[in-house]
Design a protein around this ligand. Structure first.
Ligand SMILES: [Ca+2]
Length: 99
């Protein structure tokens, strides 16, 4: 290898590179041509985070924050939230009108 030569590097498990947020980094050969510097820019799997619901943090190909992601979708979806209050209001109104 030559000084300044770069080589892709990745410390994560096989099969996770370029999946989800995971990506290889680059390590650069030292001036002496004998060793490489630190791997720069690589992203290795991290435990699936329920904060980043649209991100495959652990790089298994699925966005699988079990449980939490369902709640996140419920709250972010306008349909259920707007449907419920009018329904109860309508019942109250018709009930009041009947009496
Ligand atoms: Ca995942």
């Amino acid at each position: 290898m030559l000084p300044g030569e770069t080589l892709a590097c990745y410390a994560g498990p096989d099969g996770t590179m370029d999946v989800g947020t995971c990506q290889a980094g680059l390590k650069t050969c030292d001036d002496d041509g004998q060793s490489f510097g630190p791997c720069v820019g690589e992203v290795v799997p991290t435990p699936e985070s329920c904060v980043t619901v649209d991100v495959d943090d652990d790089c298994d190909g699925a966005i699988d924050c079990v449980g939490e992601i369902e709640w996140g979708r419920l709250f972010s979806s306008p349909a259920p939230t707007t449907a419920s209050p009018p329904t109860s209001t309508a019942r109250g109104t018709s009930s009041s009108a009947a009496w």
